[in-house]
Design a protein. Structure first.
Length: 255
């Protein structure tokens, strides 16, 4: 079997081995579903409550995508502003770092007061938790442009704007796509946290409802759905990254 094929099958093989071991442990030790449900019990709940889970999953998905889209727009614009100016980088970057250190769950009660219970706080929480990686990576890609290269381009008649648009931005694309893969998973976390506290729809709400009713298999089913959605979007951006910036990855020519 080719190494490339082995690499593609490795995650699925590891997942299958984990599920088999998980099921074996639960069956061998007769673990109660109220403590730690087995994969089969989770699968049964996924099938039995598929309509209800699908409804909540769609709510979580579209709110996450809206918040994530906002984070891309704001992150790219803010990252371009910070990375294109040394003064802006020195002034804004420390403040951005301090803001990112704040727990985003603490913003949920404030957002509820401002926007009420529902999709609004979930969208904004997804945005707040996911725009920082995009901003930082865009800013880093622009700010780390080699001074020698910039000097050569200016000698050849390029203006600062030309350097940023024709060299800086293309150079930042690998950073950008790398940040998208991180940010999309964080966006799902933000949405779920908000739904657990300030919504009557979504997977976060389903987790709280199932947990309070001691229906652990259903709660785990909700976690599985969140994981699948996040993994699917991560893989989507991975494929988009390879198609768009394959030149920046080692071994891409051979592949």
């Amino acid at each position: 079997m080719k190494p490339r094929r082995i690499e593609q099958l490795a995650p699925w093989a590891l997942l299958l081995a984990t599920l088999v071991l998980w099921q074996a442990v639960c069956s061998a030790f007769k673990v109660s579903e109220f403590i730690f449900p087995s994969p089969l019990q989770i699968a049964d709940n996924l099938i039995e409550f598929r309509a209800e889970i699908a409804k909540h999953a769609w709510q979580t998905f579209w709110t996450t995508m809206v918040g994530f889209a906002l984070s891309i727009v704001v992150g790219v614009l803010l990252g371009f502003l910070i990375g294109s100016s040394r003064l802006a980088y020195a002034a804004v970057y420390p403040l951005m770092t301090a803001f990112n250190a704040l727990p985003k769950a603490a913003f949920v009660p404030i957002l509820v007061v401002w926007f009420g219970i529902g999709a609004g706080p979930a969208v904004l929480t997804a945005f707040l938790i996911s725009f920082f990686p995009i901003t930082v990576n865009i800013a880093t890609g622009l700010a780390t442009l080699e001074p020698e290269l910039e000097d050569v381009l200016r000698v050849l008649g390029a203006r600062r704007w030309d350097v940023l648009m024709k060299v800086g931005l293309p150079r930042s694309l690998p950073y950008f796509f790398g940040s998208l893969k991180v940010a999309i998973t964080l966006a799902f976390v933000g949405t779920t946290v908000s739904e657990m506290n300030a919504s009557n729809e979504g997977i976060g709400y389903l987790l709280v409802s199932a947990g309070s009713a001691m229906r652990m298999p259903l709660a785990f089913a909700g976690l599985v759905v969140i994981g699948v959605m996040a993994m699917a979007m991560y893989e989507f951006f991975s494929v988009l990254e390879k198609k768009t910036t394959g030149w920046a990855h080692r071994g891409s020519q051979a592949a």
